[in-house]
Design a protein around this ligand. Sequence first.
Ligand code: 8YV
Length: 332
Amino acid sequence: MTDPIRPARPTVAITRRLLPETEARIAELYDASFNPGDRPMDRAALAAAMADVDVLVPTVTDEIDSALIAAAGPRLKLIANFGNGVDHIDLAAARARGIIVTNTPGVLTEDTADMTMALILSVPRRLAEGEKLVRSGQWDGWSPTGMLGHRIGGKTLGIIGMGRIGQAIARRARGFGLAIHYHNRNRLPKVIEDELGATYHADLDVMLGQIDIISVNCPHTPATHHLLDERRLALLQRHVYLINIARGEIVDEAALIHALETGRIAGAGLDVFEHEPAVDARLLGLANVVLLPHMGSATFEGRAAMGARVIANIRAWWDGHRPPDQVLEGWA
Ligand code: 8YV
């Protein structure tokens, strides 16, 4: 029997512009409000959006803190995040209010691993510098010592965070002749370690002293905030390249800039920044860094799949089932 009080469809607020096919399907299924201008919402706009809906669909650009959650309308019962990382949502506050949080895992793994691999190649081989040289019109031809970088084959890659994305990077990196070392909260099953040829380090500090390239791939949580701080960056060898495609806040950006400026490490490839979208001016002036605008998972295919996961999560929840991508304790 239909509940006479319950509306036929949930009310859903989407904070940013999504792909047209995703928005069309959401509009078909739910009473939805969109953000056609696509400007990130400020607090007042977020509070207004959260006041009178059943479901909020935020992205990484929305800071859903405890105050916003406390002030949300009583109908808000699901935050169906469009994205994998949920460090912009206060999970404890949501849990306390009985609000379920979901994300979109799995569907951006391969794209993010591809982009990490692109940075692993670009920084040591000076791809961005070479491109700039040609565009500047200053390139005066080939020379035996021109644009020399460093070979990645035969080097050791240290992966921090060996979840789906870390493992997808390890698979690719092996194909380029890199040896794989990793640090993770939990050691992987032996069968996966064997498949990836991966060496586990329970102690991150020990791994840092043994690698040539480091890739940051863990979630940003209170436990991983500034995991790579000044002390740990000092454990790296001078020829190390650091790649971060996870979250800027995992690396102490000021300490990283100091390490780059003083030659403590050789270079960095950054897709994420500690104070996004602000990028520290000192990074812009460094030749040995490749800087990307948080585009690790930015493919049409990936965004469509993320939209489909958001829709599936809302659908399952509205039908009274546990959403497939409910974020469980352990993130925070
Ligand atoms: C997404 C990301 O594009 O999913 C994540 O955690 O960092 C990005 O790749 C973004 O978060 C979308 O909200």
